[in-house]
Design a protein around this ligand. Sequence first.
Ligand code: THU
Length: 140
Amino acid sequence: MEKDKDKERLIDAACCARKAAYAPYSGYFVGAALLAKDGRIYTGCNVENASYGVSNCAERTAFFKAVSEGAREFTAIAICGGRQGEADYAAPCGVCRQVMMEFCDPKTFTVFVAKSCGDYRKYQLEELLPAGFGPGNLKK
Ligand code: THU
């Protein structure tokens, strides 16, 4: 996934998914768009709960939607977040990085942390989760 068109499509989808964020407690609204190897995009938003710890991040919503629909291979994710009406560089939390590690090759999986299509930071998962623990560690 290195085509500019794919990148824009992904960031657009994340910004659009952010509109559905349910964040009455933090006021921090996040959208994510996950690109599968077959070209499909799965979106997600954060979904908070009055019992705060039950809240789910946008990235994990996207991953769990995708995996529950049979997708297993992914090339990139875009994340858009911030307080209402503001754009922030909303880097993924540690738990979401670990979920990425479960399904993605840390050397090739790309994470776009975007304020907009023209203003984003680009990482490889291995930069965000160095020396991570993953499925490979449990192979016999
Ligand atoms: N949040 C995400 O959706 N993704 C992250 O990786 C970081 C945090 C959400 C969780 C919570 O609803 C709000 O942002 C504030 O932490």
